[in-house]
Design a protein around this ligand. Structure first.
Ligand code: GAL
Length: 414
């Protein structure tokens, strides 16, 4: 205890000394550009500035971060890495293996991260035992969002099985309402697919298929059923879905043009930033089935020269895991804090559901990493799966063909 107080003071002194010389600086690459996302990242910018930091923003638009990751690769290859990068899951370790990540263990130890982060989250933030990323939140993927008025005026309850979802969708379609707001981008197709896979296959199936890449599971009849449900869902999206951004799909639910969206809880950030109230204007429920798909956003620091930038990295890492930031950021972002010691009193009912379900699924072994959001697999493998999911969704490929293609695509990626 004494030691950690001493180290905290030492790091603070170091940061202050750095500030006196040059002032902490950070160029931050991220993909948080929608309404709710921008509001959330502004919380970090504000705290950084309040602590004497100079923030250079490098936003790369594109939900799910594919474009941001392409931009990152170009910057690193040209020998000009950003100071801090929104990076998550096994991609953190992939970049570490390239020898370009900074070690932030001094801050992590001074701040006692090991005591306030669940082991499952801490594991993602470590590279061969040292701390190489700082977590900001826990997003849940397997959510359905709904327009409360649309459901009520059509006599529909939040579906608790996929059969109920399909029945509700048929009813809505007959009433001239778009059942499912969706943006046809590969990562959004993958987001729906993994929620359907968890629901129909169950947690053990999900683990075997999308974490262990077990061939028998990938080729199973259950996988055929999952693609069948994807084909059914394809019938519930509107004609203009191709290429649509996820937040525009959320807006369709907000304005009553569509009834449902299946999307991670950054969609809640969007509803909230538009002034919508959960339980009143919009409803949230986990997608049918058991389990919890988690997606932990985090920042990694890249090797850069200059005391000002290094001080910026230390300050950012410290603020990101700080109690206040974890609360305020997540109130805006739609997620829940990564730290276990942040009171949830000011959070809404969806966040409470998330926290409760996360604890329960952690106890019963159904807390699983999202493959679609880069938490479960390395890029080559998750890409191999998503290619097939999106090819199936955007053609009339049969479920049997999709399953065969899935097994081949994964096998070729190994
Ligand atoms: C996810 C990310 C979220 C959210 C979403 C849409 O991958 O974890 O924080 O930003 O993409 O952009």
């Amino acid at each position: 205890m004494k030691k950690s107080v001493f180290v905290t003071a030492a790091v603070a002194a170091f940061i202050t000394a750095g500030a006196a010389k040059a002032g902490p600086e950070a160029e931050v690459l991220h993909w948080w550009t929608s309404g709710g996302e921008a509001k959330s990242v502004a919380v970090l910018q504000g705290e950084f500035a309040d602590n004497g930091g100079t923030w250079t923003d490098m936003p790369v638009a594109g939900g799910g971060g594919d474009a941001a990751m392409t931009a990152l690769r170009a910057r690193v290859l040209s020998g000009n890495a950003p100071t801090a990068v929104q990076l998550k899951g096994p991609a953190i370790q992939e970049w570490y293996e390239e020898g370009v990540l900074a070690d932030i263990s001094a801050v992590a130890e001074a701040e006692g991260w090991a005591d306030v982060l669940p082991a499952s989250i801490a594991g993602h933030m470590k590279c061969e035992g040292s701390w190489c990323a700082a977590p900001v939140n826990v997003h849940r993927i397997d959510w359905i969002w709904a327009n409360a008025d649309v459901l009520k005026s059509n006599g529909i309850d939040m579906p608790t099985t996929w059969a109920e979802f399909n029945a509700a969708a048929e009813k809505l379609q007959a009433a001239g309402i778009i059942p499912l707001a969706h943006g046809g981008q590969a990562w959004q197709d993958a987001t729906i697919f993994e929620a359907v896979a968890l629901g129909i296959g169950g947690p053990e199936f999900f683990q075997k298929a999308f974490v262990d890449l077990d061939m028998d599971t990938l080729k199973s009849d259950t996988m055929v059923e999952i693609f069948d449900q994807m084909r059914t869902l394809r019938g519930y999206v509107d004609a203009n879905f191709a290429g649509r951004d996820w937040n525009l799909a959320t807006a369709m639910v907000m304005n009553g043009e569509a009834a449902f969206q299946i999307m991670g809880d950054w969609a809640k950030g969007e509803f909230l930033s538009a002034g919508k109230v959960p339980g009143q204007d919009f409803l949230c429920a986990s997608t049918p089935g058991e389990g919890f798909l988690y997606n932990v956003d985090s920042f990694a620091m890249f090797n850069v020269d200059g005391d000002d930038k290094k001080a910026g990295q230390d300050l950012l890492a410290k603020l990101i895991v700080g109690q206040n930031f974890q609360k305020v950021f997540n109130l805006n972002k739609g997620s829940i804090p990564a730290r276990v010691d942040v009171a949830l009193d000011d959070f809404d009912s969806c966040a409470h559901t998330s926290a409760k379900d996360m604890a329960m699924s952690s106890d019963n072994g159904s807390l699983l990493p999202s493959y679609a959001h880069g938490m479960a697999l390395r890029g080559a493998q998750s890409g191999a799966i998503t290619d097939v999911v999106t090819a199936h969704f955007n053609s009339d490929m049969s479920s049997a063909e999709a399953v065969e293609m899935l097994a081949n695509s994964v096998a070729n990626s190994l």
